[in-house]
Design a protein. Sequence first.
Length: 322
Amino acid sequence: MRRVAVVGGDGIGPEVIRSALLVLDSVGFAADMVPLDVGFARWRRTGTALAQEDLETMRRCNCILFGAITTPPDPAYRSVLLRIRKDLDLYANIRPFHSSRIDLVIVRENTEGLYSGIEEIGQEEARTVRVITRAGSRRIAAAACQLASRRRRLTIVHKSNVLKSDTLFLETCREEARAAGVSHDDMLVDAAAYNLVLRPERFDVMVTTNLFGDILSDEMAGVLGSLGLCSSANLGERHALFEPIHGSAPDIAGRGVANPVGAVRSAAMMLEWFGLSEESRLVEAAVQSCLAKGMVTPDLGGSCTTEQATACICQAISRGLP
Ligand code: IPM
Ligand code: MG
């Protein structure tokens, strides 16, 4: 039996994960769902956001379906999501962006770069070490090449005109792309940010380092119209975590208006990962049909509640769309 650890988390996390679970039910997805209470709310209650045994439970599951977790501005608090990514070595963060005009995937390195956690924080000076390794660059490039070989082209996004660490990233990605026979080019990250707004259709698969991928993916969500639409897969060799790219949005939590699409699409990515491609396609088709009908939440200018948007998707699935 498949086992999925389910982390609703904080803010709108539990609301959108509830939607994802309803949609998974409606495509007949069968798995042992293991709910885990981790995050900021638990930290406030018990002083622990994520215990070692939670990580053990996650490791015993096939994968994790994750909502969102609030990170408080407290220097003693370590981001739960970053700990899970690091601990389970989920090195490839795959973020697809799709609309009538756009079809691109950002492949973000997920364990090193400016997220190394190596910091010296003084009163007058603070440093964060940006770690780029050949091994880390090679494996993210390999993941991106695998994706690009089934599509059109790879663009390596970097800042090697300033950061010497990115010369290593760029060269390693180029080597990997050449070896894989993948057609590729490269672009400085500032130019990539500009072109993503002006000419997003120019891009297919983009591979980049951790922080650049973080920023460019929120930018792309903005180009599409809402963070609430976008999903991601955090993949390692043995484990995987699927999550919407939005945060816990405490300002709208509990009001029943969160956009469930990012979480539902994350569930679709999970179905694909389990090899359930038909089911995954059905979920995506149902999402697109509801978006086209204007059955959307306020972030997209609509007036649907989370429940109504979810019901629309589930009904489209039970009618066997498209
Ligand atoms: C994301 C988020 C995280 C990140 C935060 C919550 C640590 O912004 O998944 O994009 O920076 O990676
Ligand atoms: Mg982000």
